[in-house]
Design a protein around this ligand. Sequence first.
Ligand SMILES: Cc1cc2nc3c(=O)[nH]c(=O)nc-3n(C[C@H](O)[C@H](O)[C@H](O)COP(=O)(O)O)c2cc1C
Length: 460
Amino acid sequence: MKDLIIGAFQLLNPNGTVGSSWRAPGNTSLGYLSIAHWTRLAKQLEAGGFDFLFFADSYGYPTIGDEVIPTSLTDAMYVPMGDPITLVSALAAATERLGFVVTSSTTVEKPAAVARRYGTLDHFTEGRIGWNIVTGAAQASAAELFGETMMKHDARYAQAEDHVSICLKLWEGSWADDALKEDKQGEVYADPAGVRMIAHEGEYLKAKGIYNLPPSKQRSPLLLQAGTSVAGREFAARYAEVVFLGGSEPAQIAEQIADIRSRARARGRSRDAVKFVVGAHFLAAATAAEAEQKRDEMLALATLEQAATTYAWVTGIDLTRFALDEPVPDLHTEQGQTSVDRFMDPETSRRKTVRQVLEEYRANGLNGTMFVGDAETIAAEVAAFVETTDADGFLVQPHLTPGTYDDFIEFVAPALRARGLMGSGRPGETLRARLFPSTGDRLPADHPGAAHRFAPVPVD
Ligand SMILES: Cc1cc2nc3c(=O)[nH]c(=O)nc-3n(C[C@H](O)[C@H](O)[C@H](O)COP(=O)(O)O)c2cc1C
């Protein structure tokens, strides 16, 4: 029986992940610009047995051509969006065990800045930080905002290799474990022989220099990844310790998991080196009828227009251009390919229609799977889902904050615990040690980051 990893999905935005749930009675998400809103949530999640709070993020927003899609403003869809990394210190101070996973794009950010930012947070959180590595949703608007030409999809992943290599070299390779002396009497703060420059000469990015911080508990933050295009899978197989997946078809998720596991093994990583966490909605209540009523209330605030905005945000494609009841035509994007590939059954006759794709996004939001019912029904469905897909956990996506988490903690968690699917707490201090007890605080030996570890220069 798996002890499932449970994370909470959030954006620094007033909305939830389906429709206009910000308008729903009882939703406190309009408080997203108040630190108290988030410390309350973090404490609730920690007490409720969640492993981490995850913040999705992007500099991009929904556009078609040069226009911001108006629905994104009227309905608060991915607009506005604050910078979640700024919250982490405050949330760490309010909690003791909860992990924090924050997205940062390898396309937008510079690696040495990312390494220092997450490295500082690994100190402040005492090893509770994780980095969700993405090449980025909504890349067209993000690139324009930064005055750049949008890089092509696979080039972005090639650049991500350079980006992550530089970060790993800085975290793992610049400081020896015993370089920090803090020796007042000996008058040595740090031993110069224990700190060395790293160098990277990649096709896209170069770096030379030291990591300007002593090592933290995890050294490298826990490394997570989202994006399951072919290039994304290869990248995940090499670097990810945890992969986030979306989608609503268990068979498709099972295929993605099996494929990435086998790609990781081909790269010499152990079978359990990568864990898979699936974005899902849980609409739970004391009775099935009440749970269905919650779903109906949620869907009453969700429109096909919003669904098209979500689709455009990740792919840059305006689905409303096509006839609603025709099969989705062949589409190609240089933005997020997972969302396009998901509906591209090679046999056009079996393809979903444009309306069905939009309905899927309307009902389930960006990241698919939905469990609706009383506690027992949901726990049984979760068990079956895990059996079919080999998933290792879930990201609980909010349609209401804190309502979604109130219900998960009251109804779903006890039923999962009763089935042995959720533990009563994990040992270990750091996020990595909790999720990978046999690995411990630092990257395992079969991760490419381990090859960069500081080794003293041999003396002839
Ligand atoms: C649960 C989950 C969370 C994600 N979070 C983000 C995010 O925070 N920022 C982002 O740009 N992309 C995020 N993505 C990935 C995008 O949907 C998109 O797939 C990716 O950025 C583009 O890569 P691809 O072409 O490999 O799909 C997430 C995906 C999933 C399933």
